[in-house]
Design a protein around this ligand. Structure first.
Ligand code: ADP
Ligand code: AMP
Length: 216
């Protein structure tokens, strides 16, 4: 199964991705996580990406597209994959389509987690993430079992630098201008499925499973 997760920042893509990836046994590929790993390791890509991420801007397509193509060429993607946070521009979507087409493939589903804008600020300012495995928590809606520690790997969870009110507002603007057009793009491709992301985390997951179960 080759799946794209769409939705505004804070929709719950990363949260649902962990469960989907484990249920369907496909790698969870988050471009945000890849960039953050590069920032931690102070690679040239990380240094460049940080300039954009700290301001809530998109990292340029010229840095992002090749990174994803390279990741999708790894052996573990042969049986499918789950993309979280990519594509974010029509240009990225076209590059992905052409890359897959060259291998005689296409994605199976672009799944939009739909959450209205007024839910987002609370979700993102209360978000805590594990810097080691990328797991996402929320201080009110989904706290870790042991306060401050990742359930999956025991690391201290942290607040992302870009999860402050000003940067979240900028990211929402960027989403509306550059990423939202992908909803229409995938609708035209007949690949769009929509799930309401305002329900509880486990209920959203159930809806996702019933959609994915009806695809293949
Ligand atoms: P995204 O990857 O789309 O940016 P996350 O999965 O990191 O979003 O979720 C953003 C925040 O909202 C996190 O703190 C997460 O715990 C919380 N969250 C995710 N899904 C829900 C939900 N259905 N209800 C309430 N909070 C949620
Ligand atoms: P995320 O972890 O998905 O919330 O992404 C965090 C930040 O990483 C975004 O605000 C962008 O700056 C950058 N980013 C992640 N994915 C992409 C992408 N596909 N294209 C451009 N920038 C990206």
């Amino acid at each position: 199964m080759k799946i794209i997760l769409l939705g505004p920042p804070g929709a719950g893509k990363g949260t649902q991705a962990k469960s989907i990836s484990s249920k369907y046994d496909i790698p969870h590929i988050s471009t945000g996580d890849i960039f953050r790993k590069n920032i931690t390791e102070k690679t040239p890509l990380g240094v460049e990406a940080k300039r954009y991420m700290d301001n809530g801007q998109l990292v340029p397509d010229s840095l992002t597209i090749d990174l994803v193509k390279d990741r999708l060429s790894h052996e573990d993607c042969k049986g499918g994959f789950l993309l979280d946070g990519f594509p974010r521009t029509v240009n990225q979507a076209e590059a992905l389509k052409n890359f897959l087409r060259n291998n005689g493939e296409n994605i199976d589903c672009a799944l939009l987690i739909d959450v209205p804008r007024d839910f987002i600020l609370d979700r993102m300012t209360g978000r805590r993430v594990c810097p080691a495995c990328g797991a996402s928590y929320h201080i009110k809606f989904n706290p870790p079992t042991n306060e401050g520690k990742c359930d999956l790997c025991g690391q201290d969870v942290i607040q992302r630098k870009d999860d402050n009110e000003a940067t979240v507002n900028e990211r929402l603007e960027v989403y509306e201008n550059q990423t939202q057009p992908l909803i229409e793009y995938y609708e035209k491709e007949n690949l769009l499925k929509v799930v309401q992301g305002t329900k509880a985390i486990n209920e959203v997951f159930e809806s996702i499973c019933s959609i994915l179960g009806s695809i293949k």
